[in-house]
Design a protein around this ligand. Structure first.
Ligand SMILES: CC(C)(COP(=O)(O)OP(=O)(O)OC[C@H]1O[C@@H](n2cnc3c(N)ncnc32)[C@H](O)[C@@H]1OP(=O)(O)O)[C@@H](O)C(=O)NCCC(=O)NCCS
Length: 279
């Protein structure tokens, strides 16, 4: 098979979206653009006879660790080593950049591929989904100043990702939420306007009450019929809170890492991740 692997460019986004839709995923063109803007040399496509038939994207966070996401192979061409080739390419790129740790959230389908490359499980994540009838469109107003949470988020995530958080707040200002109690920041969350659903995450809270307030506020601010949240399974409040709001389990994910995992962040404060592709 005469496969060509090359760096992805913005013009590939429509083809990459075709693969993404076929996989039933929720990302938008804006998500591909986030990868391409953050790490332009680290996103790859596999091309066969002029068609894009596979993708893999990476994003480097502060040189501490990198995320690998959007690993998709056209269903027609699966099981022929294309996923392996793309992942090899992404890993080689990150090795050349001297990134010590690679992380990702694996679907059950992707997990064997990553295990082959020495990725180890860190913890379980669960995609929860709410399907609801929205009677009237919520007012899409509100915007918060996110500067004060960037330092906190760096501690919790393990590296600076302010570029990503700014882009989320810009795209969906009504879903960027802060919880303040007695002048102190007790939590925050962001949202993305996915192709199928609004996606809440990251969702961070110092206590159960802050977590609940943020979730309820998100559900009021979002005007979509479907909401996704990727909860950390071991987190004491996240899953019980989404269940109480009527969310149903959609699919499991496994957070995996390769390398030292020197900056694991503070997952105990993280109710939900930003999403499997970004961490
Ligand atoms: C996961 C995915 C990218 C793999 O792509 P692929 O080109 O089929 O992968 P490869 O042919 O290189 O196979 C890689 C490994 O996956 C596993 N695998 C592939 N096809 C499989 C199948 N039909 N059944 C079970 N395992 C399979 C094998 O462990 C294989 O390793 P091997 O070469 O030692 O047998 C592809 O299935 C896909 O796009 N799935 C939907 C999107 C997705 O879930 N992506 C992963 C995100 S974390």
């Amino acid at each position: 098979m005469n496969l060509k692997l090359r760096v992805m460019i913005f013009e590939d986004i429509p083809e990459a979206m075709r693969l993404k839709y076929a996989a039933g995923w929720n990302q938008t063109a804006a998500d591909w653009a986030r990868f391409l803007s953050a790490t332009p040399a680290g996103c790859f496509v596999a091309e066969y006879r002029g068609d894009v038939i596979g993708t893999a994207a990476t994003i480097i966070y502060e040189g501490r660790f990198a995320w690998i996401g959007m690993v998709i192979v056209d269903e027609k061409y699966r099981g022929r080593g294309i996923g392996t080739t793309l992942l090899e390419h992404a890993i080689r790129f990150l090795d050349l950049q001297k990134v010590p740790t690679m992380k990702l959230d694996a679907t059950p389908q992707g997990r064997p591929l990553y295990e082959k490359f020495g990725f180890k499980s860190e913890y379980d994540i669960e995609r929860w989904m709410l399907s609801r009838t929205v009677k009237e469109r919520a007012a899409e107003n509100g915007s918060v100043s996110i500067e004060e949470i960037l330092t906190i988020d760096r501690e919790i995530f393990g590296a600076d990702r302010s570029g990503l958080l700014y882009s989320l707040a810009q795209e969906a200002p009504h879903l960027a939420l802060l919880d303040m109690q007695k002048g102190k920041n007790t939590g925050y969350s962001f949202g993305r306007l996915g192709s199928r659903a609004d996606h809440m995450g990251p969702w961070v809270a110092r206590d159960k009450y802050a977590a609940k307030r943020l979730l309820n506020l998100f559900l009021t601010k979002s005007s979509r019929e479907f909401i996704f949240i990727d909860c950390l399974r071991q987190h004491p409040w996240a899953v019980p809170l989404v269940k109480a709001c009527g969310f149903e389990l959609s699919r499991p994910l496994t957070r995996m890492f390769r390398g030292t995992n020197k900056y694991p962040g503070q997952p105990e404060l993280l109710c939900a991740s930003l999403g499997p592709e970004f961490g």
